[in-house]
Design a protein around this ligand. Structure first.
Ligand code: HXC
Length: 510
């Protein structure tokens, strides 16, 4: 009996050693942790339950039968994050470069199937040389099986991808179909074709970091949602994100203990909006002052800064926030901002996370580049996302909200549940100056007359009351009491039931 127990321990030790001490050392030398070290940091201590530790590949080509590593380059299983269940796979770069074989892919599929069936998030740690070259099409099939599951899991359980090494070729499309992608600065990259192929085909010369590093994907392409300094930070922040999310689409997000009075009055908000309408202010200040304990988990912080997206809690309940940021492009909506916010709104709606929208928007950004780039279609994504969302929607107008952008930003007309305005809010078709220049073109040579017309227009429309008279604004509120009003609004909506007409699926303008 002891022999058998010893054999089990010995076999486990071999599996845990991955590709061996030399390769583990090489991994550490690159500033990367091993797959098992990553899982240990991601999950609650001692909570990891492994599957398929002894699975090996079945390839007999290229002398592969002589080289088998139990586990086959990916560690899979489940565990908990602050007591809540998650499934996890971590590719082990020390075994065949973390490359995907048929069996490696099957291990990932097994935990994905369980995640969908049992309703818990999937966290994938990617660190792989791609398709196992020795296995050819068998490896491509394995990827295809994973892709199919990514799609079936989408909107059912949250899926988070951590890119912690190479992720190249078609392999990028698995993370691309998950809800959030986080990268580690300087040690991870993602691209469909690498620098060498790019050089051959287009004669462009770039490094892997320039082509697909964390800076590129968080600032330029928006493929990634966040970049972290190292593996440890990325894993700790993933734990923080998981705390905001429900385990699946049938459950609500967890309610966390809070030590921050939901009725907290914040007098500083009364002077947040400057007297000068052209002067910007930092919308992030409002977000952090509304949040429990000022805790805000920002998504896509480095991309489309004119709109802010992320998670906070109010009365311990998760809320997704979308906010125009007057500090960047005066808070205009453009292609990038619309895409960023639309995807975020759809995530929140899919997982029953209520949405708070903070509005200060002069309109859509004008320009040839915007029109040629398809701002019509991309702006429509945000409009569509808000209009189809059935979760509780609370909106606060802080300053201006003009034109189509007014309607888009979770207005009453798109089934906003509570639409509040600060006294500083202006709801209009456009700013007074622009309006007068169109209405009184013949008087443009007479500055005094025009100034009087502008004042007239402002007196009429530069306030929230015209909209409030029509019931498009439910209430004009004191800025200092915003947290209390928003908290009560969301509390009153906890029983909200709203169902869209039956359809196979919608046809969002992609
Ligand atoms: C089998 C692989 C491998 C792969 C790496 N290894 N990639 N084994 N299949 N795809 C092995 C290496 O032989 C080596 O084994 C070990 O992993 C570490 O690799 P190194 O090259 O020494 O590491 P490094 O210098 O850090 O370079 C990492 C790398 C490079 C940039 C990822 O290994 C590389 O370019 N690999 C091939 C990438 C590739 O072309 N993949 C297929 C892409 S097509 P030893 O025994 O020496 O430790 C694809 C399609 C997916 O992925 C399609 C989905 C639909």
């Amino acid at each position: 009996m002891t022999d058998i127990l010893q054999e089990l321990e010995a076999r486990r030790a071999v599996a845990r050693a991955g590709g061996g001490a030399r390769r583990v050392e090489a991994q550490h030398a690159k500033g990367k942790l091993t797959a098992r070290e990553r899982i240990e940091l991601l999950l609650d201590e001692g909570s990891f339950e492994e599957f398929d530790m002894f699975v090996t590949h079945r390839c007999t080509d290229f002398g592969m039968e002589a080289e088998r590593h139990p586990g086959d380059g990916v560690v899979t299983g489940w565990g908990t994050v602050n007591g809540r269940m998650v499934y996890v796979f971590a590719q082990d770069f020390t075994v065949f470069g973390g490359s995907v074989s048929e069996t490696h892919g099957a291990k990932i599929c097994k935990i994905m199937d369980m995640a969908i069936q049992n309703g818990a998030p999937v966290i994938g740690i990617n660190d792989s040389g791609g398709a196992r070259i020795q296995e050819g099409v068998g490896s491509l099939a394995a990827y295809g099986e994973v892709f199919q599951r990514n799609v079936l899991a989408s909107g059912v359980v949250p899926q988070i991808s951590l890119i912690m090494g190479p992720c190249a070729g078609g392999a990028v499309y698995s993370p691309a179909m998950t809800d959030f992608i986080f990268m580690v600065k300087d040690s991870s990259y993602m691209f469909v074709t690498g620098p060498d192929v790019v050089k051959t085909v287009t004669n462009e010369q770039v490094t892997a970091e320039e082509l697909g590093g964390a800076a590129t994907h968080t600032r330029k392409s928006s493929v990634a949602d966040g970049a972290f300094e190292n593996d440890v930070e990325a894993l700790a922040e993933t734990r923080r994100l998981i705390d905001f999310l429900p385990l699946n689409n049938r459950e609500k997000a967890p309610v966390r203990p809070f030590f921050d009075d939901p009725a907290r009055v914040e007098p500083s908000l009364d002077t947040l909006v400057p007297d000068n309408p052209n002067q910007p202010y930092d919308m992030k200040e409002l977000i952090t002052k509304l949040a429990d304990e000022g805790d805000f988990f920002e998504i896509q912080a480095a991309f489309a800064g004119n709109i802010l997206t992320g998670f906070l809690r109010i009365e311990g309940q998760s809320v997704g926030v979308v906010a125009n940021q007057p500090m960047v492009l005066a808070g205009c909506l453009d292609i990038d901002a619309s895409r960023k916010a639309a995807r975020f709104v759809r995530f929140c709606d899919a997982f029953e996370i209520p949405i708070l929208t903070l509005v200060d928007v002069p309109g859509f950004l004008p320009g040839v580049a915007q029109e040629y780039g398809g701002v019509i279609k991309h702006g429509a994504k945000l409009l569509f996302a808000y209009a189809e969302a059935t979760v509780p929607k609370v909106t606060v107008l802080t300053r201006k909200t003009y034109g189509g952008a007014y309607v888009v930003m979770s207005s009453k007309h798109l089934r906003g549940d509570f639409n509040y305005a600060w006294p500083t809010a202006e709801v209009a078709v456009m700013g007074a100056k622009g309006a007068v220049e169109i209405l009184y073109r013949s008087e443009l040579g007479q500055p005094d007359k025009i100034a009087a017309r502008v004042k007239d227009y402002e007196d009429r429309f530069a306030n929230p009351f015209v909209a409030a008279e029509k019931g498009f604004i439910d209430e004009v509120i004191m800025p200092q009491s915003t947290r209390r009003r928003v908290a009560r609004a969301f509390a009153s909506l906890r029983g909200k039931r709203l169902v869209n007409p039956w359809k196979k699926h919608d046809n969002i303008p992609l």
